[in-house]
Design a protein around this ligand. Structure first.
Ligand code: ZN
Length: 302
């Protein structure tokens, strides 16, 4: 009888040990879905439109922060060790961080969704009467990073996202392809609406504090004028030039976004008897925000 209990105990011990080996690592049990990082909030929407709830998407540049100068938090750097994919988008902060992130996490697959997109030069304010050659502009000009504000370019980025997800999680490839098609149809409808709307406006020039809407402007035959100059507030002299410019272009709305100071935008609006209208380029519901922005621009151009 004693022997029986001894054997049973040994068997139980084995079971326990064997069972322990089956237990997943704490990271896996805590979070069953694979983790995917993106740089900015709208990308979260893109990935979720395609992946549905098969993944958890974490955004590097948290809402309200600013993708031009962001610095990842230690906790975010820590989380990357449990992350399968990082969808980058050539956001300015990535220049300093992405290679470091890739070096520390050799298993992390970093995929640049800006791949294949031909960038425009950032909208810069030009001084009246100053001639500038294309080469000079090219030399001093920075490439415009706001490629998520053109429906056409977003469609391009989403194909890369969908292909990458399908390769990483082939069991969901069919669903990803269907979700991509549904999203592409929404993008197409948005694009058609914006095309039709802006074809009707006679005013085509708008003024915006931070020049985020250049791709949008290019797409719909509009011209963007930036209030911000070289990433900072304009000087008094530059502000006077902008006021003059706004008057000649019959501008009465200055667009600004919550992430940036609106001091000079307010000053400008006051001088031209206009108003400041806030539109964010980093809202989570990208589709709704693009519709909202389209309506705001349309109203501003009236
Ligand atoms: Zn920006």
């Amino acid at each position: 009888m004693k022997r029986f209990w001894l054997l049973t105990s040994i068997a139980l011990l084995f079971l326990l040990l064997f069972g322990a080996c089956q237990v997943k690592s704490p990271a896996q049990t805590k979070n069953e879905k694979p983790v995917i990082f993106v740089s900015i909030v709208p990308q979260k929407y893109f990935v979720e439109r395609i992946a549905g709830d098969t993944v958890n998407v974490v955004v590097m540049v948290e809402p309200g922060a600013e993708p031009h100068t962001y610095e990842p938090k230690p906790a975010q750097m820590q989380m990357l060790s449990d992350t399968d994919l990082y969808f980058s988008i050539d956001a300015p902060f990535e220049v300093n961080w992405l290679s470091r992130i890739a070096d520390i996490n050799p298993n992390l697959k970093v995929v640049n969704t800006a791949e294949g997109i031909v960038k425009r030069l950032s909208t810069e304010h030009h001084h009246e009467g100053e001639e500038e050659t294309e080469a000079e502009h090219e030399e001093e000009g920075e490439l415009d990073p706001h490629i998520w504000l053109s429906p056409r370019l977003v469609a391009q980025q989403c194909k890369i996202i969908s292909d990458t997800l399908a390769a990483q999680y082939p069991e969901n490839a069919q669903a990803y392809a269907e979700n991509l098609n549904a999203f592409l149809a929404d993008i197409e409808a948005l694009d058609q609406t914006l095309k039709a709307d802006f074809a009707k406006t006679t005013n085509k020039t708008f003024m915006v504090y931070h020049p985020a809407w250049g791709y949008f402007a290019d797409e719909y035959g509009l011209t963007e004028i930036a209030v911000e100059i070289g990433g900072t507030e304009p000087s008094a002299l530059e502000l006077a030039e902008l006021i003059e410019h706004a008057r000649t272009e019959n501008i009465h709305v200055i667009f600004a976004q919550p992430e940036f100071s609106t001091r000079s935008a307010e000053a400008l609006a006051e001088e031209i008897d206009g108003e400041v209208v806030l539109i964010s380029d980093l809202e989570e519901d990208w589709l709704a925000n693009m519709q909202k922005a389209g309506e705001a621009f349309l109203k501003g151009l009236e």
